[in-house]
Design a protein. Structure first.
Length: 405
């Protein structure tokens, strides 16, 4: 039985969402206009996008609606308290490194202000009904992924938030799925943390999991779905121990004896010999080697064989040379991980050629592209009402959200 993520998993800035602080201002103003004129139309808000994709972000979007749909009982007082909350937030940042006692005092005051805002908030989620697809569903262009039914004034200010969530998470999940499908069942490691802002890691890691990634590189990326981070030895560690890859591998294993041991073998641009040196030194302790040769370099082992293929970076011939060398010396158990500029087309090329890769580490490709979602009111008080070109699109796959989840 399918189960949605619990709202408590998401680290939501609740007060900021309720106040419209992170929303396009025109949506907040829409909400206030409706309330000032005592207008409470029951609408159906329809959400869709225009590509074939793997949907993700639905549970997070529902969580936003759950904690931030409603209204203030006293807007004038709420505005004053919220402004104070933001000022305290800024002040706390200034005091954190200089005066810890003052910082704690500010945090206590900030909690009290937040509680006062809670007391002014009238929850409206119980008056809303949501029909939605599930994270991980394959979706078609213009397919309705969610219908929100209820008083428009209760959730008008949240459109920016839930559309942005869906766009971001669906992009990651779709890109990962395309890589996973190209890899023909081989392990795909999600390695794009360094290419984007740290704050997106939790949701992006979950989206990668929905897309089918087998591992992530930061603990934050695994938080929502209960996974831990995994990774190889960085080039920086090799450099820090004088450029000796074997020594770096030995030090790593001594410090983390229970971690999967994967040697990064391109530091000297000699993957074959470095892989052999690590395998000889570590024996059965070595799970695998990772090839990450720069796209602007030609590995030393490839020099004599150049002429009939593109020799730069991690190319099929280089992988084959490493595999053959390991096998010749009895290290057939050592697996090969490749990384550096991989995308679905390149992975399909490797798979089509039968290149002996065991796992793909993929980074920047997974952040590319866009999957923009749109939301439209398509019904008002049970009757059709939408901008020209938009209309209610029922979807039998949508399922009613249980507010007790």
């Amino acid at each position: 039985m399918k189960k949605r993520l619990n709202t408590t998993i998401f680290d939501l800035p609740v007060q900021e969402l309720r106040r419209g602080y992170r929303s396009d201002v025109y949506f907040w103003r829409e909400k206030v206009v409706l309330e000032n004129h005592d207008l409470h139309p029951r609408v159906t808000m329809q959400v869709f996008q225009k590509n074939n994709a793997i949907l993700c972000g639905i549970d997070e979007a529902i969580a936003v609606l759950k904690v931030a749909s409603g209204r203030y009982s006293d807007y004038s007082k709420a505005y004053q308290l919220f402004d104070k909350l933001i000022d305290l937030k800024k002040l706390a940042r200034k005091q954190f490194l200089t005066d810890k006692n003052r910082y704690l005092q500010i945090e206590e005051e900030r909690i009290k202000v937040s509680q006062e805002l809670d007391n002014l908030w009238i929850d409206g989620f119980s008056e809303i009904e949501i029909d939605a697809l599930w994270d991980g569903d394959s979706i078609s262009p213009y397919e309705s992924v969610m219908h929100i039914h209820g008083d428009a004034s209760l959730f008008a200010h949240l459109e920016t938030i839930y559309l942005g969530i869906l766009a971001r998470r669906t992009k990651i999940a779709t890109n990962v799925r395309r890589v996973v499908e190209a890899a023909n069942g081989k392990t795909v490691l999600y390695f794009p943390a360094r290419f984007d802002h740290w704050a997106v890691q939790g949701g992006d890691g979950y989206a990668a999991h929905i897309g089918g990634a087998s591992g992530v590189s930061t603990d934050a990326q695994g938080e929502w779905w209960g996974a831990g981070a995994s990774g190889t030895i960085p080039h920086a560690l090799i450099a820090a121990v004088g450029g000796n890859t074997v020594k770096a591998v030995q030090f790593f294993h001594e410090t983390y004896p229970n971690a999967t041991l994967i040697a990064l073998v391109d530091f000297d641009n000699d993957c074959v010999n470095t892989a052999l040196e690590c395998a000889r030194a570590m024996g059965d302790k070595l799970w695998g080697v990772r090839l990450d040769t720069s796209e602007n370099l030609v590995d030393k082992s490839v020099f004599p064989l150049m002429g009939t293929y593109k020799p730069t970076g991690v190319n099929p011939k280089l992988v084959e040379l490493v595999r053959s060398a390991l096998d010749r010396e009895g290290f057939s158990n050592v697996k090969i991980v490749v990384s550096g500029g991989f995308n679905p087309d390149r992975i399909r090329q490797f798979e089509g050629m039968g290149v002996p890769v065991d796992a793909y580490g993929v980074g920047s490709y997974l952040m590319q592209g866009s999957y923009d979602f749109t939301a439209d009111i398509v019904q008002v008080n049970g009757k059709p009402m939408a901008k020209v070109g938009r209309y209610f699109m029922p979807n039998p796959r949508l399922q009613r959200y249980n507010p007790n989840e």
